[in-house]
Design a protein around this ligand. Structure first.
Ligand code: ADP
Length: 397
């Protein structure tokens, strides 16, 4: 049982081939610069590497190249595509139509396409990947879409509606959707396993802190609220994204600077957040180095981000009337012990205390609160590819 997982962007895609008998990664890689020169880096689990420049005018040629890497290259891992049971695709926006993953057919493609304007930076690229993959692999290999949004479809209207005229929800689907669903689902389920309890009996707050960041309130295994909203811009400060703002700021700056909606979107998505405040970088490692050298704006960026995380976690404790566990994941959540310590030090009111282990846990599973904290705080590395592979297997078995 082998599942290929694809995460396609407009000019690149990442992939993993996973053996579902033991959920191990057989090979993984990246096709880049699709639309121009094109290249692939493919690594087999035993360390063999295939690297090549390969003309990739479209995603189609990139998939041909991937098939070559998998079946014929010096780092080949299978003899033929017949060994692949299904392909699972990450698709960012499933609108309010898909509350679960789905086997892809022409109807599904059309429905997902109708959500493109809700996620113009991601969905069209995801779909381009899906269509090219179907052509390259042929009809016999089933393809499954796993949506970033579907885990959050359990949010009640009071959490997903915005306080603007109702007609914008009806006409355009303006509402909170939430993202990183596969990650929040994976780490909340794993958290229940670690605690030896049923997810149905737990209130868990999951903090996915990476380049993009979101926090979710997971009550009884269901997402009841999350910080990202209509788009992945909402919530708290991220690498380059602003998080929640007073909406009047947008019209004020647009008028002062005479900029278009597209320019404003670019500023909020690419020039804001940790980069915008620190002026140094979007990466916490660079900002840490700058802060250690005394850079005041780098220090301010950290203080803002951490304070905003604490406020979201606190608001979800209130929303769920309590919490049984808190989970950190994503590049920052898994590695940056200073962020975790700040958050735990702000929750002594909950009987949560930062444990000695926190400083030593980087990229691995572990308890980072003291063993006698009233609410345990865990690091759980996320694995969105595995979620996609498991869904693809379950739907096509
Ligand atoms: P993405 O959201 O693109 O998937 P990741 O989840 O990989 O990103 O997170 C990337 C971020 O994680 C980096 O920008 C960096 O800020 C942070 N990060 C990664 N490793 C470390 C580390 N050792 N210490 C602090 N921050 C780290």
């Amino acid at each position: 049982m082998k599942i290929l997982v694809i995460n396609a962007g407009s000019s690149s895609f990442k992939y993993q081939l996973i053996d579902m008998t033991d959920e191990s990664v057989i090979a993984k890689g990246l096709c880049e610069r699709i639309g121009s020169a094109g290249n692939i880096k493919h690594t087999a689990a035993d360390g063999r590497v295939y690297k090549a420049d390969y003309p990739m005018p479209t995603h189609m040629e990139a998939f041909d190249c991937l098939i070559y890497a998998l079946t014929k290259s010096e780092a080949k891992v299978i003899d033929s595509l017949d060994e692949i049971n299904a392909v699972g695709h990450r698709v960012v926006q499933g609108g309010d139509f898909y509350s679960q993953s789905v086997v892809i057919n022409e109807d599904v493609l059309k429905t997902v396409e109708s959500f493109n304007e809700l996620a113009p930076l991601h969905n069209p690229a995801n779909l381009m990947g899906v269509r090219a993959c179907i052509k390259a692999f042929g009809e016999n290999v089933p393809q499954v879409a796993v949506f970033d949004t579907s885990f959050h479809q359990t949010m009640p209207p009071r959490a997903f509606m915005y306080g603007i005229p109702y007609e914008y929800y009806e006409k355009y689907g303006v509402r909170r959707y939430g993202f990183h669903g596969a990650s929040h689902r994976f780490v909340s389920e794993r958290c229940a396993e670690i605690m030896g309890k049923k997810k149905e009996d737990l209130k868990i707050i999951t903090c996915h802190l990476g380049n993009g960041c979101s926090i979710a309130a997971v009550d009884g295994g269901k997402s009841i609220d999350t910080s990202m909203g209509f788009t992945p811009l909402d919530g708290f400060m991220m690498g380059t994204r602003c998080g929640t703002l007073d909406p009047s700021i947008l019209t004020f700056i647009a008028e002062k600077e005479n900029i278009t909606p597209a320019e404003m979107s670019n500023i909020l998505n690419k020039k804001s957040g940790m980069l915008g405040i620190s002026g140094v970088s979007n990466d916490n490692r660079d900002i840490t180095a700058a802060a250690n050298e005394g850079n005041e704006r780098a220090k301010l960026a950290f203080e803002m981000q951490r304070y905003q995380i604490v406020k979201f976690v606190g608001s979800y404790i209130a929303a769920m009337n309590g919490v049984d566990a808190i989970v950190f994941t994503g590049g920052i959540g898994e590695n940056d012990s200073a962020v975790r310590k700040y958050v735990m030090d702000s929750m002594t009111y909950m009987g949560i205390y930062c444990g000695d282990a926190n400083a030593d846990i980087h990229g691995e599973e572990g308890l980072v609160s003291t063993p006698d904290s009233k609410v345990p705080v865990y690091v759980i590395p996320t694995n969105e590819e595995l979620v996609i592979a498991r869904d693809a297997l379950a739907l096509t078995k």
